[in-house]
Design a protein around this ligand. Structure first.
Ligand code: TXA
Ligand code: MG
Length: 322
C-alpha cells in the first residue's frame, strides 16, 4: 500500500473522510500527538488499526468525538462529575472513561465494558470528525512501543506502507498525550497523567483525586513497555547536570537537557530552553532524533513532577525502564 502525505485542506480532509468510510486508516494531527484513525463503528477497520501498529489486542483505543451529542452514541451513561470535566476541558487534551454503549463494536474497547472518549481541540481533527459525521477510534499513530509521533514525518517513519493517508497539520502544540481520567464515580481517578495536570482536574471537579484501585486499574496501555527509543535512556537530575556529574560522555552518548552543561560536548545534544511545556513539546522528537543519530545512550534531564512535569516524568520513566 502506498501511503500518501497531504497537507490539511478542505480537499484532503474530504478525501480522508472517504477513506475512513471505506474502512481505511488515516493518520491526523491533534493538539497532543498524531492519531491513527478508523471509523469507530467499523469493527474491521478498527482491527486494521491494531495490525498496522502491531498493538496488543488487549489494549483498547480512544474514541474521538466532536461534542456531547456524538459522545452519547458511544457512551451509555454520563455522570455529573464527567459533565463538570467536559464543561471545563472539552474540546481539549482530556480523555474520559465511560460505560460503553453496546452499539459500539467491542474491538474498540478490546472487549471491555468501558470506553475512553476524547473531544480534541485541534481544528484539523475537529474538521475530520465533522466531515465523517461519526466518531473516530484513534490510538497514537506510532508503531507499538515507539515514542508517540508529534509530526507527519514521525508517522511516516513508523507506518509507511501500512496506512492509506497521513494528513499533515504541522507539529503538535502539546507533544504529550491526553490525560486519562475515570469519572464514572464521584471522585476523579487518574489513569494516565497527561497534558492537563491532576491539580487542574481536581480543581474543576471540586473533588480530591482518587488513586487507581482494584475497581479502576490504570490504563491497560501502561502495563506495556512504552515510549522506548532503541538507544538506552538514562535520567539525570538538573543538579547532576549543573555540577557536571554525568558519569561519562563517550562516543555514542547524547544529551537532552534544559539546564546549562559545561562538560565535554557530546556528539548529539538537544537543549530546550523556554520552560517545561516547551520541553514536553519537543521530548518525543528529541528521543526519535537521538535514535536516528544512532546513539547508544542518551542522558535526559528530569523535571519536577509539577503541572505537565508529572506526564513528562511518567513518559521518561517508561523510556528509561528496561
Ligand atoms: O492524546 C491522546 O490521547 C492521543 C491522541 C491521538 O488522541 N491518543 C493516545 O492513544 O494516546 P493511545 O492508544 O496511544 O493511548 C490510549 C491509552 C492506552 O494506554 C489505553 O490502554 C488507554 O488509553 N485506554 C483506552 N481505553 C481505555 C479504557 N476503556 N479504560 C482504561 N484505559 C483505556
Ligand atoms: Mg500510544
Amino acid at each position: 500500500m502506498k501511503t500518501l502525505v497531504r497537507k490539511a485542506s478542505r480537499d484532503s480532509l474530504r478525501g480522508a473522510a472517504q477513506i475512513l468510510r471505506g474502512g481505511g486508516l488515516v493518520a491526523f494531527p491533534t493538539e497532543t500527538v498524531y492519531g491513527l484513525g478508523a471509523r469507530a463503528f467499523d469493527a474491521n477497520a478498527v482491527k486494521r488499526v491494531y495490525r498496522a501498529k502491531g498493538r496488543p489486542s488487549d489494549n483498547p483505543l480512544i474514541v474521538h468525538v466532536n461534542g456531547f451529542p456524538m459522545l452519547l452514541t458511544v457512551a451509555r451513561r454520563v455522570t455529573p462529575l464527567a459533565r463538570k470535566l467536559i464543561k471545563a476541558f472539552w474540546p481539549g487534551p482530556l480523555t474520559l472513561i465511560f460505560d460503553k454503549n453496546p452499539a459500539l463494536p467491542s474491538a474498540v474497547t478490546a472487549g471491555g465494558l468501558t470506553v475512553a472518549v476524547r473531544c480534541p481541540g485541534h481544528p484539523v481533527a475537529r474538521a475530520l470528525i465533522r466531515s465523517l459525521g461519526e466518531p473516530i477510534a484513534a490510538p497514537s499513530a506510532n508503531r507499538s512501543g515507539r515514542p508517540s509521533p508529534t509530526s507527519a514525518q514521525h508517522v511516516l517513519d513508523d507506518l509507511n506502507g501500512r496506512i492509506a493517508l497521513i494528513i499533515d497539520g504541522g507539529a503538535c502544540r502539546v507533544g504529550l498525550e491526553s490525560t486519562i481520567v475515570d469519572a464514572r464515580g464521584r471522585r476523579p481517578v487518574l489513569l494516565r497523567p497527561g497534558a492537563i495536570s491532576a491539580r487542574r482536574i481536581a480543581t474543576a471537579a471540586r473533588a480530591r483525586m482518587a488513586a487507581p484501585g482494584k475497581s479502576a486499574p490504570p490504563a491497560p496501555g501502561i502495563r506495556h513497555r512504552h515510549y522506548a527509543p532503541s538507544c538506552r535512556v538514562v535520567l539525570i537530575t538538573p543538579d547532576e547536570l549543573r555540577n557536571g556529574r554525568i558519569p561519562v560522555l563517550r562516543a555514542g552518548d547524547g544529551l537532552i537537557h534544559r539546564s546549562p552543561w559545561t562538560g565535554p560536548h557530546p556528539a548529539f545534544a538537544r537543549r530546550v530552553t523556554g520552560g517545561v511545556n516547551a520541553y514536553a513539546k519537543s521530548l518525543f522528537k528529541s528521543l526519535r532524533d537521538a535514535e536516528a543519530a544512532g546513539l547508544r545512550r542518551v542522558f535526559v534531564e528530569t523535571v519536577d513532577e509539577k503541572g505537565r512535569g508529572q506526564a513528562i516524568m511518567d513518559r521518561l520513566g517508561r523510556a528509561a525502564s528496561r
